[in-house]
Design a protein around this ligand. Structure first.
Ligand SMILES: [Zn+2]
Ligand SMILES: [Zn+2]
Length: 345
């Protein structure tokens, strides 16, 4: 098969021909139809994240069709359209056993220590394979495999969003946009979206959210007006900067919940502990998504008929995978989603 490799100590990807992976007992061999190109792939190809194999295939936002199943596999069969979990959780540690597979203490990470989806085929354990929703195409399913799943888990599993709540979305890139789309299925939720890019704000407005640019407007005043001075019930932060995290916390009502999804190295200062304690506000980190969230999301997307096709900016062939990663590196705006299609139906 053809596959794109990262080499230890070398920048960029190289496409080459290697043997098609075998399908062992308990494993599923998948023909990869679409694999999202993510910022993580850029960091890997630039050597910012070390890889632990001499050469490895990156790509962790994978959808495809089951080609073959190994002995003992019972949940999928040849011909099924599937989505693969963005990491291979072990299924045995305390986190996996508690249903928090996203917090697995010994995961295998595609592109670091296990081969990923920039290849015609991939062989993975059955536990990380999910049947795909029929109404989405393969590229949308690849997005689903990570960014839609992450947004769903943050809103529903961690944030426990409820009908009629006022929800603040901080950062309307890919994840934030998915979050606003997903909130359409929650009755009478009012969404306030905060971003500094006009393109992002327009996207939010088009999806029915109140758009706020904190560099031009006072978010506290606008949210105060919308909530009778109280603040929002739930804020979900997708940016990962100290300033935006602090501002999201400040815009919560007393007892409100702040879910942290965006990642970064900065350190937010929440002020005196007495003020934090007496506010009753919760800070809830959210990372990846669990198998339970994925299963709920599969049903939710089918019931709500949500489409994600407009999130895809460009499609590349497998031979063009090195170029896709290179282009993502120089493109600005987190809403840009590139897809590599290693095989076509
Ligand atoms: Zn990713
Ligand atoms: Zn585990």
């Amino acid at each position: 098969m053809r596959a794109a490799f990262l080499y230890q100590g070398r920048k960029g990807l190289t496409v080459e021909t290697v043997e098609t992976p075998s399908c062992g007992s308990g494993e599923v061999l998948i023909e990869v139809r679409a694999c999202g190109v993510c910022g993580t792939d850029v960091h890997l190809s630039e050597g910012h994240i070390p890889i632990s194999l001499p050469k490895v295939i990156p790509g962790h936002e994978i959808s495809g069709v089951v080609k073959q199943v190994g002995a003992g596999v019972s949940t999928v069969s040849a011909g099924d359209a599937v989505i693969i979990f963005p990491q291979i959780f072990c299924g045995e540690c305390y986190a996996c056993k508690a249903g928090s597979e996203e917090l697995c203490v010994k995961p295998l990470i595609y592109g670091m220590n296990v081969h990923g989806g920039f290849a015609e085929f991939i062989s993975v354990p059955e536990r990380v394979v999910m049947k795909a929703p029929a109404q989405l195409d393969f590229s949308e399913r690849a997005l689903f495999a990570e960014s839609v799943g992450v947004a769903y888990h943050a809103l529903f599993a961690r944030g426990e969003v409820k009908p009629k709540e006022r929800v603040l979305i901080v950062g309307v890139g890919g994840l934030g946009t998915n979050a606003i789309k997903l909130l359409k299925g929650v009755p009478e939720v009012e969404v306030i979206a905060m971003d500094t890019s006009q393109e992002a704000l327009d996207r939010a407005t088009k999806l029915g959210a109140h758009a706020v640019d904190p560099t031009k407007q006072d978010p506290k005043a606008i949210i105060g007006e919308l909530t009778g001075g109280a603040g929002v019930d739930l804020a979900v932060e997708f940016v990962g900067r100290a300033e935006t995290v602090k501002s999201a916390f400040r815009l919560l009502k007393k007892g409100g919940r702040l879910v942290l999804v965006g990642v970064g190295q900065e350190r937010p200062d929440f002020g005196p502990i007495i003020a934090m304690a007496s506010s009753g506000k919760s800070i809830i980190p959210s990372f990846g998504y669990s198998k339970k969230s994925a299963q709920e999301l599969l049903k939710y997307v089918s019931d709500q008929k949500i489409s994600f096709s407009d999130s895809i900016s460009k499609v590349f062939s497998l031979e063009e995978a090195p170029e896709a990663v290179e282009q993502l590196k120089i493109s600005s705006g987190s809403a840009v989603r590139f897809i590599v299609q290693p095989t076509r139906s």
